[in-house]
Design a protein around this ligand. Structure first.
Ligand code: UTP
Length: 477
């Protein structure tokens, strides 16, 4: 008896695209496993995957590098860190303009939190990582507390659109519910899942199975945001709520300044459809993408696509020519999101050569020692060339970029906590409070979002305190 049949049309499609091996074990599967496999098969857009396979098998990385070297030129349109009094005044004006936009309730926030976080090796969604140097407050808590502060100050609701994936959705939702959304109104939080794409064998382009009933699928990259927003009806939701600007950030940077009024102000002043924050690269080899121009069009080039010579190139003043490291903080006009999600629009596909567990010829699950598969992803920054007046804004690394990427070494929890403490100390110092050199300090965003906020507080801190905590009791009930 065949209780769970394969629809004829699906079987024909699978044959047409030469992926019949996916059904090879169908006869041995129980009903639950068949259901599972069937659901996954129905989620695959076979014609699309066929074109990705074609791209992967015929791609040549070397060609890519040489063509970038011929086409690249330095960034033109950029707001650098303020140096002069006049720069500082311009920044203040931008801030006021941004605050007015926040007051008008025109701003929403987007968090992409669907990544697998494999480098960090934390067995939960990365947003749950306890990063607070004193209280272990999670990355999610830091972001939500910023939004609580901002929405109170501006007396508006700021919808928060959080993209998850199959790998992170359930746990994220449960965690946020357990913490009562960190005091943020749940009706202003929208969790939605990104799409996924199958991994394929790097030799023959066959879609990989991880076991007899499971296809090797992974999230389709942060660029999957566009289609995921559309599919969940959230672009309409933004429109109904009168949201015109979307502040975009990643889950791994506890120093991000959510809905930064300065950035909003510059974005609007320059009539930009998409803005990007950058920091000056620490060293030429730093593993961040850079913003530059290719064929005269602003875009982001991944560090792996920038050859060493270009990365090290300096101008007459001895500064890096390709200095502008992308910190993955953007503002989008809602209308740009609408444009980018119209039929026929899509971001380019990036192909990664990775190790993926697979079902071998003996029908056993195996872990490869070397990369064996191509994975496909879209990157949100590829929207830049399609935006009018794309703007780049340089910010201070110590204040705004402090990512948690790796388990140890650079960009790890250790470096991130140290940076958070240094930042807190600097804010206190600017308010005239000297702190003990070894003090662990944590400032809740419910208390202060910047050094200016601390200045207004008239703080009394005893010299020699070795643990300073500026955190009001948060009522989670
Ligand atoms: P990363 O490039 O750091 O990838 O993501 P990752 O998957 O989190 O971590 P590794 O590479 O496995 O260690 C940058 C941001 O984009 C989100 C991540 O959650 C993070 O906020 N992202 C990434 C998605 O939302 N979906 C994806 O498919 C990939």
């Amino acid at each position: 008896m065949n209780a769970v049949p394969i629809p004829d049309a699906l079987r024909e499609t699978i044959q047409k695209y030469q992926q019949e091996h996916l059904l090879e074990n169908w006869g041995q599967l129980d009903d639950d496993s068949r259901q599972q496999l069937l659901r996954s098969l129905q989620e695959i857009d076979f014609p699309n995957v066929a074109s990705l396979i074609d791209l992967a098998i015929n791609k040549s990385a070397a060609d890519n590098l040489s063509s970038i070297a011929e086409r690249i030129s330095p960034l033109q349109q950029v707001v650098r860190l303020p140096q002069t009094e006049s720069d500082k005044q311009t920044l203040q004006q931008a801030k006021q303009q941004g605050q007015a936009i926040l007051d008008a309730g025109k701003v929403g926030a987007i968090l992409v939190a669907g990544g697998q976080g494999s480098r960090l090796g934390f067995p939960h969604p990365k947003g749950m990582y306890p990063i607070g140097p004193v209280t272990d407050r999670s990355l999610f808590q830091i972001f939500f507390e910023q939004l609580v502060s901002l929405s109170n100050r501006h007396n508006v609701s700021i919808p928060y659109f959080i993209m998850t994936s199959d790998a992170t959705h359930e746990e994220t939702e449960q965690f946020l519910q357990e913490h009562n959304w960190f005091g943020y109104p749940p009706e202003d939080v929208f969790l939605f899942r990104q799409g996924k794409l199958p991994a394929v064998d790097d030799e023959n382009g066959k879609i990989l199975l991880t076991n007899q009933s499971e296809i090797a699928m992974s999230p389709d990259g942060h660029g999957g945001l566009l289609q995921a927003l559309k599919k969940a009806g959230l672009i309409e939701q933004m429109q109904q709520r009168g949201i015109e600007y979307l502040f975009y950030h990643q889950v791994d940077n506890p120093s991000v300044r959510l809905c930064d009024p300065v950035m909003l102000g510059f974005h609007v002043q320059h009539e930009s459809e998409m803005s990007t924050k950058v920091v000056t690269k620490r060293i030429p080899q730093e593993k961040v993408g850079i913003v530059a121009e290719l064929d005269g069009v602003q875009q982001i080039i991944e560090y792996s696509d920038l050859d060493e010579e270009l990365a090290k190139q300096k101008d007459e003043a001895g500064r890096l020519v390709y200095w502008a490291g992308n910190i993955a903080v953007h503002i989008f006009n809602r209308t740009l999101l609408e444009k980018l999600t119209q039929a026929g629009q899509s971001l380019p596909i990036h192909i990664a050569h990775k190790k993926v567990d697979y079902l071998n010829e003996k029908q056993e699950s195996a872990s490869p020692e070397e990369p064996n598969a191509y994975k496909f992803e879209q990157f949100i920054f590829d929207a830049i060339p399609q935006a009018k007046n794309p703007l780049v804004i340089e910010v201070d690394r110590a204040e705004e970029f402090n990512p948690v990427k790796n388990a140890t070494g650079e960009d790890s929890p250790e470096t991130s906590r140290t940076a958070l403490i240094e930042q807190a100390k600097s804010w206190l110092q600017q308010a005239g409070c000297e702190t003990h050199p070894n003090a662990a300090i944590e400032i809740s965003p419910l208390v202060a979002l910047s050094a200016e906020d601390i200045l207004k507080m008239n703080l009394q801190i005893k010299q020699g305190d070795n643990e300073i905590l500026l955190i009001p009791e948060l009522n989670e009930d």
